[in-house]
Design a protein around this ligand. Structure first.
Ligand code: PHE
Length: 340
């Protein structure tokens, strides 16, 4: 019987299977109740008692080994099988890794903050969910003022004091409440307005605003800073002009146009044949806004400006539909590969 066990052990060691179902058949043949091993255990009962110790041990070893071997065969199919492994070619080149591109809005935001960084501005950010004070009241928007209509937004129905910010001017207030002058900061971020979505407007867009408060800050400083900015972003040939405007939180207020960067001021469809395109709003910080933030308007003056990143990006890259920024179409996005 000992010989039989050894032969069987050899046989089991040499087992192979070319499919998972074959492993199951082998298991039935060797390990099931009617299998080869059960028969051996039957036979074991009949051998003389003095042989039982040695043979019993061998028989148990055989059973353990048969169980292991069948598990191994089964596992080889779960991992993809021996055949698959023989196909593994470690010298094959890997599939190409495709690098993405930065989103055009991020590229331009970085350019804008980079230019102002060189003028000594540091970046500050604030929450997108704001309350009425930071988005409106502290900025001199009276409760029922029509200027609020231009910045209609999304309110929380249960609590109209909480809203999605319509501009990053809210961060100006937060920073002025927190700090005393000199303050020289730039505020990039996402803003929200209740606007119908079209080629020129969206209910979500991005802004960069800036604020400079110190002793003796004048309108001439504002104008020169924005002139520097426009030339850095759009090229040294760029000219600017200021038109009077209104914002509740600046006095006087203005809007800045640049000479059209497409036609150079000659007149084209982008500038609607005027030679100028609007890029931002600005003005001297209203003394009441400084006082709202516990900054003494007798001692300090300041200027602020704000621009839409989508608008600047459209002008810079001649993009005609604002919705492209939000559609995640790779045919659009991959055109910005290589830009930083
Ligand atoms: N907050 C204004 C807007 O979103 C822009 C602005 C900022 C105007 C700072 C003047 C000064 O329209």
């Amino acid at each position: 019987m000992q010989e039989k066990i050894e032969q069987l052990l050899q046989e089991i060691e040499n087992l192979t299977a070319s499919a998972r179902e074959e492993v199951e058949q082998l298991r039935l043949r060797y390990l099931s109740k009617k299998g080869v091993l059960s028969a051996l255990f039957e036979e074991f009962r009949t051998i003389p008692n003095e042989e039982k110790r040695v043979v019993g041990q061998l028989l148990n070893e055989l059973k353990t080994r048969a169980g292991q071997k069948l598990e191994e065969l089964k596992a080889s199919f779960e991992e993809g099988g021996e055949e698959d492994r023989s196909c593994l070619d470690l010298t094959r080149p890997t599939s190409q890794v495709r690098l993405g591109a930065r989103h055009p809005l991020s590229i331009v935001r970085n350019q804008i903050t980079g230019i102002f960084a060189r003028l000594g501005y540091s970046v500050a950010e604030g929450p997108e969910i704001e309350n009425d004070w930071y988005n409106f009241s502290a900025l001199n928007f009276p409760a029922e003022h029509p200027a609020k209509d231009m910045q209609d937004t999304y309110f929380i129905q249960q609590n109209p004091d909480i809203l999605l910010r319509t501009h990053t001017s809210s961060v100006q207030i937060r920073e002025m409440e927190r700090l005393q002058p000199p303050i020289r900061k730039i505020f990039p971020g996402r803003v929200f307005r209740n606007e119908a979505i079209s080629a020129r407007a969206h209910c979500i867009f991005h802004q960069v605003e800036g604020l400079y408060v110190d002793k003796d800050v004048s309108f001439a400083d504002l104008k020169q800073s924005l002139y520097f900015f426009a030339r850095e972003l759009f090229g040294a040939q760029t000219r600017i002009r200021l038109r009077p405007s209104f914002f509740p939180f600046t006095e006087p207020s203005g809007e800045v146009d640049i000479s059209c960067n497409i036609c150079g001021g000659e007149g084209c469809t982008i500038c609607k044949y005027t030679g100028w395109v609007e890029i931002l709003g600005c003005g001297m910080v209203d003394p009441q806004v400084l006082a709202n933030c516990h900054i003494d308007p007798e001692t300090y003056t300041g200027f602020a400006f704000g621009m839409g990143i989508e608008r600047i990006t459209m002008l810079k890259y001649q993009i005609r539909d604002l919705r492209l920024f939000f559609e995640n179409d790779v045919r659009f996005l991959k055109q910005f590969t290589g830009a930083i």
